[in-house]
Design a protein around this ligand. Sequence first.
Ligand code: MRU
Length: 337
Amino acid sequence: MKTIEWRDGAVRFLDQTRLPHEEVYVVTRDVTVLAEAIRSLRIRGAPLIGVAAAYGVALEAHGLPSDRNRLGRILQSIELLRATRPTAVNLFKALDRMRLIAENCSGAEDLGRVLLDEANAIRTEDVQACRRISEFGAALLRHGTSVLTHCNAGALATAGVGTALGVITRAHDQGKITRVYVDETRPLLQGGRLTTWELLQAGIETYLITDSAAGVVMAGGMVQAVVVGADRIAANGDVANKVGTYTLAVLASRHGIPIYVAAPLSTVDLSTPSGGDIVIEQRDPAEVTRVAGAAVAPEGVHVFSPAFDITPNELITAIVTETGVHVPPYGLTLAGS
Ligand code: MRU
């Protein structure tokens, strides 16, 4: 399964809103289609959003005549993509890289090719980072471990084998994993729809739980580790990840269970001092008042629906990146990476 790839001047991506029932791939030559796909979570997960945005810029540049308007068109597409989602820093880092290339090489006849090379490099770096994170993370888990995970931080959320799920599947390959508990992850059910789909394909014993059952699972000694991904990690190690991660971290701390955050350095934002400085995306109320299109709440109710929450660094046992396992004080270890 390739979540996203460049094919003959077009981008082909897997529409994650159709999973797990249908595996539908979309082929587009239009950056506005990619921007909509990111906004609507057809393409989702911090690392994948960055890769997709880079391909979006390459798409816009592809075939543009090298006239006076070319750079302006490319910069416009970058602005369009920047406005899609606010929290995952991978998006902004990838677009900054693309803008730098576009500006520095604006006179190049083959600018489209140069930008595509950069997008491919961002994709390859993510594939390699996922592999290394999986190795470092798997080494933290003991034989006979059952794991709890949240949202989807798997192959679907990256260009590679995933971050948190990369760790879990690698540890499973090493014979260490007994079973995995997956939070369904309301409101958009990335755990229930996507993570379970990936884990079952990997042949891993998987239990789907409601988000509110995580406390029961931990109190009952049913898991020995929590492994999650991240959308942005501040310089001090505070972590923005799918809403509910903070709740898991508090519970894990209460029960003495380690919680590991697995994420590439493209998710680490050293320019953001702490979690309080991270913009948290607010989601459409209809995602909460409806389930699979059916209304489940009375008309007119107010809704508060942050897509992400902040887990303070002191609740996190370790952050696993492609450079290794980082332990507190994160301010020092992350900055040195
Ligand atoms: O809203 P989403 O589905 O894009 O949120 C994704 C998450 O929160 C993931 O845990 C995070 O991006 C890590 S993906 C490797």
